[in-house]
Design a protein around this ligand. Structure first.
Ligand SMILES: Cc1ncc(COP(=O)(O)O)c(C=O)c1O
Length: 325
C-alpha cells in the first residue's frame, strides 16, 4: 500500500464547527526525511522543493516507485527501476538519468541519512511547463529520492489480521489509465481509501469494471481456498506488484499452487484465507471483509496457515539478504 509520507498537525476545529468523527487513524507519524536527492544533488529536505508550475503539482503528471531497503540490501532494485522506466515510457516521459544513475542516487540517499532499513520513494514529475496539459512543453522532469522509516500498519494488525471493505469506487479501467503505470495520480485509490477510513478500516478492495476483484488501494490481493492460492491476473487491471511476484515465487518454491484468475467478491467472502502484499504493507492477513469473518471453524477471523507460511518465507528471504536482482 502506498503510505502517507507526511502528516498534518491536527488543528483545532473552528469555534461553532462540528468536528468530523473519525473511526480510523487519518494520519501516520511525520516522516523525518533528513536529506533528499533532488535532480542530482543531496539537499536538506526543506530545500527539496519543486515549482508550483511543475505539472506533477498541477496535474499529478509523473511516475514513482515505492521501494524498501532491508539491512542495506534494496529489495528487487532492478525490477523497481525497470517498472519505473516502463511507467515513464508509457506516459512518454523521457527520464534524464539512467537506471544505474538512479540506483546510485538511491544508495547515496540512504547513505546520506545513515539508513540501512527503510522505505524509499523514487519519483519523477513532468517538470515545469506552461499552464495547459501539453506535456511536451515541460522538457525536464524533476526526479527525487526520499527515504524514511515506515511501518505501514500497527503491529497488532500484522499479528491478528486486518479488516477491509469493498469500495464502491471502481479501479481505473486499463484503457483509461492503466493501473500498470505507477502514476503520481492516485486519486482513484485515494477515493477508495476515504471509504475505508470512513468505514473504520485502513484498506479497501477495489473491483474492476467487470465487477471482478482488482486490487486494494495500495496492495495486491491473494486468497487461499482448499490449499491453493488465487490472485487476480494482470488483465483484471492491477499494478504488477513486485511483492505479489515475490510471494508467487515463494509459494511455488514451497510447493503451493498459485492460480492467476478472475476472482469475485463472493470468492473473497468464502475464502479460507485472504492476504495482501505490497512494498509498504509487506505481507498481511485480512481477517474480515464487509462484515464477514474470513475462514472457517477455529480459523475463522484469524490469519490462516498459508498466510503464516508465506509470511515466514518472506521474512526468511529477507533474513538471508534481500535479493536486489
Ligand atoms: C495500487 C497498488 N497495487 C499494488 C501495490 C503493490 O505493489 P508492490 O508490491 O510493487 O509494492 C501497490 C504498492 O505500491 C499499489 O500502490
Amino acid at each position: 500500500m502506498e503510505p502517507s509520507l507526511v502528516t498534518q498537525t491536527p488543528t483545532e476545529p473552528a469555534p461553532g464547527s462540528t468536528p468530523t468523527p473519525v473511526s480510523a487513524p487519518t494520519s501516520t507519524p511525520l516522516c523525518d526525511l533528513g536529506k533528499v536527492w533532488l535532480n542530482g544533488q543531496i539537499v536538506p529536505a526543506e530545500q527539496a522543493t519543486v515549482s508550483v508550475m511543475d505539472h506533477g503539482v498541477l496535474y499529478g503528471d509523473g511516475v514513482f516507485e515505492g521501494i524498501r531497503s532491508y539491512a542495506g540490501k534494496i529489495l528487487k532494485l532492478k525490477t523497481h527501476l525497470d517498472r519505473f522506466f516502463e511507467s515513464a515510457k508509457s506516459i512518454r516521459m523521457g527520464l534524464p538519468y539512467s537506471a544505474d544513475q538512479l540506483a546510485d542516487a538511491i544508495r547515496a540517499t540512504l547513505a546520506a541519512n545513515g539508513r540501512a532499513d527503510g522505505y524509499i520513494r523514487l519519483a519523477a514529475t513532468r517538470g515545469v511547463g506552461s499552464m495547459g496539459l501539453n506535456p511536451f512543453l515541460s522538457p525536464t522532469p524533476s526526479v527525487f529520492v526520499i527515504t524514511c522509516e515506515l511501518k505501514m500498519y500497527p503491529q497488532e494488525l500484522y499479528d491478528n489480521g486486518m479488516k477491509v471493505i469493498t469500495s464502491s469506487v471502481i479501479r481505473n479501467h486499463p484503457a483509461a489509465l492503466s493501473p500498470r503505470i505507477k502514476s503520481n495520480n492516485y486519486l482513484n485509490n485515494i477515493l477508495a481509501k476515504i471509504e475505508a477510513i470512513d468505514a473504520g478500516c485502513l484498506e479497501a478492495v477495489m473491483l474492476n469494471t467487470q465487477g471482478n476483484v482488482a486490487e486494494c488501494t495500495g496492495d495486491n490481493i491473494f486468497i487461499a481456498k482448499h490449499g491453493k492460492l488465487y490472485t487476480p491476473p494482470l488483465h483484471a487491471g492491477i499494478l504488477e506488484g513486485i511483492t505479489r511476484n515475490i510471494v508467487i515465487d515463494l509459494a511455488r518454491k514451497h510447493g503451493l499452487g498459485v492460480v492467476e484468475t478472475d476472482i469475485t467478491k463472493h470468492d473473497l467472502y468464502t475464502a479460507d484465507e485472504m492476504l495482501l502484499t505490497g512494498t509498504g504493507a509487506e505481507v498481511i492477513a485480512v481477517t474480515e471483509i464487509d462484515g464477514r469473518k474470513i475462514g472457517y471453524g477455529d480459523q475463522e477471523g484469524k490469519p490462516g496457515p498459508l498466510t503464516l507460511k508465506l509470511n515466514k518465507a518472506f521474512r526468511g528471504m529477507l533474513a538471508d539478504g534481500a535479493p536486489e536482482d
